[in-house]
Write a protein that binds this ligand. Structure first.
Ligand code: ADP
Length: 461
């Protein structure tokens, strides 16, 4: 069932029930009021009759019957009966209406002194009238024609009001639910039209303050993230295939040459050496691809306390072993008297990958092949900056440089796949750290990595 229908039904049920309860209460109160008022009138009628009959000597019964019948206050279907001490009928008013009574009613009146009851549609009042130690019982009955017709009118009015109220509520419910949920229906149409080809589509955020606006804002943000990751995937696939195609095309042409041309052994050897170089490039590229698509865990299950300077020295040793021409200087900005100041919680191997990549880049992209690593700490954070005086990164590339396969134009002459920085960023974020870059083309670059210290990490855990 649609929410719009549900809301209108619920709304109508609530308002309908309230109206019904209200009508019922009004009707009941009015009914009780009418009945009580009529009993009071009967009571005073009965007392007047008794006083005239028993107290006033000049009035005989026949005269009283005439008075009873003709008084202005005469009630419809009125009948007054007076009984003496022995329950013998002492007086009966003229009209031929009857009161259905029995001895039990008379006994009840004697017992309770005042009784209000009904005989058919007529109200009956019974009371005791005492004079000269004689206890007379007076029964008075009449039909409240006007009161009952007012009741009938009220019943009809309330019923029509109730039906009208329910119909209006249903219509209003449908109208308001439709108005409130209208934008949602609009969203459904817009969202249904979104596919991989139009991920740029956005929902109308209206004022962005009510729930619908907030929903649209949240949806648009999600669409933005989806679009971004979709674009990233597209560029990843196109870069990866481009990177793979180049060595594969070189391999193909080298194999074709060696098959088609008559070559000397030395030429064959030269071609095989090139093939081996291309195969190595392919292996490196495949390794990089594996590294980047390898799904990192979001939490470090194997995290241990690691001294950042130890990791940096290890990275320095490894790099100098394979690249003896590199010059790597490591400095402390301040003396880490307490090793906790530069100890982070993490996985040593992953952290080493970060610094190997960053130091390698600093040396690779600067002609003196030199990198300066500065270790610093502040407010439970360890900060490491890797500086070089190399080719730098153009401003327009700074925001994209951490994307897989992204390479600056000024770096294309230097070998690389554009994968290392995106891996570094992933690892740093896994360690709840941050990586920043400042760079000036032809002057150099500084990559700054900030990690929360092990103590701070465990505090916030
Ligand atoms: P690779 O170095 O293999 O190309 P990276 O992901 O490590 O891959 O770097 C991506 C790009 O960032 C590089 O191609 C280069 O354009 C730029 N870059 C990274 N580090 C530096 C640096 N220290 N100086 C200048 N450019 C850099």
């Amino acid at each position: 069932m649609k929410i719009q229908t549900k809301i209108s039904i619920l709304f109508s049920l609530i308002v309908g029930s309230l109206l019904a309860i209200f009508s019922f209460i009004v009707y009941q109160i009015f009914a009780e009021f009418r009945e009580q008022e009529y009993y009071d009138r009967l009571k005073s009628k009965a007392i007047t009759t008794a006083q005239l009959l028993i107290k006033v000597d000049e009035i005989d019964r026949n005269l009283l019957k005439i008075i009873d019948k003709n008084t202005l206050t005469a009630l419809i279907d009125e009948k007054v009966l007076v009984f003496d001490q022995n329950n013998k009928l002492f007086y009966s008013s003229l009209d031929d209406h009857v009161i259905h009574y029995g001895n039990d009613l008379l006994e009840r009146v004697r017992r309770e002194k005042y009784v209000e009851t009904n005989s058919g549609d007529n109200e009956v009042v019974g009371l005791i009238y005492e004079l000269n130690q004689q206890k007379y019982i007076i029964l008075a009955s009449a039909y409240d024609k006007f009161g009952r017709s007012k009741m009938e009118n009220l019943r009809k009015t309330l019923f029509v009001g109730l039906v009208f109220g329910i119909v209006v509520t249903i219509l209003l419910g449908i109208f308001f639910a439709g108005k409130a949920l209208g934008p949602v229906n609009q969203f459904i149409v817009q969202i249904s039209a979104i596919s991989a080809n139009n991920l740029t589509e956005r929902l109308d955020e209206r004022n962005g303050k009510d729930e619908i606006g907030l929903l649209a804002t949240a949806f648009n943000k999600m669409m933005y993230r989806l679009e971004e990751s979709f674009e990233l995937q597209k560029s990843f696939v196109s870069h990866a295939s481009h990177e793979l195609r180049t060595p594969l095309a070189a391999l193909k042409s080298e194999v074709e040459i060696s098959l088609e041309e008559k070559l000397t052994l030395t030429q064959h050897k030269g071609i095989l050496r090139n093939i081996s170089k291309d195969i190595n490039r392919l292996i490196n590229l495949t390794n990089s691809l594996l590294q980047i698509v390898k799904p990192f865990k979001t939490t470090l299950s194997n995290a241990q306390k690691v001294r950042i300077d130890d990791v940096i020295f290890q990275a320095q040793d490894d790099l100098l072993l394979s690249r003896p021409e590199y010059k790597i200087l490591v400095e402390y900005a301040q003396d880490p008297e307490d090793e906790n100041n530069i100890t982070v919680l993490g996985e040593e191997n992953l952290l080493k990958t970060v610094f190997t990549n960053l130091i390698d880049n600093a040396c690779k992209y600067s002609s003196p092949h030199q990198a300066l690593v500065v270790i610093d700490f502040k407010n439970d954070m360890t900060m490491i900056s890797i500086q070089d005086e190399g080719i730098g990164i153009p401003n327009e590339d700074v925001s994209s440089i951490f994307q897989p396969f992204y390479r600056s134009k000024n770096a294309l002459s230097i070998s690389g796949f554009g994968v290392g920085l995106s891996v570094c960023k992933k690892i740093v974020e896994m360690h709840r750290g941050k990586i920043h870059l400042t760079s000036t083309p032809n002057q150099g670059s500084t990559f700054t990595v900030i990690f929360p210290n092990a103590n701070a990490s465990s505090d916030t855990k």
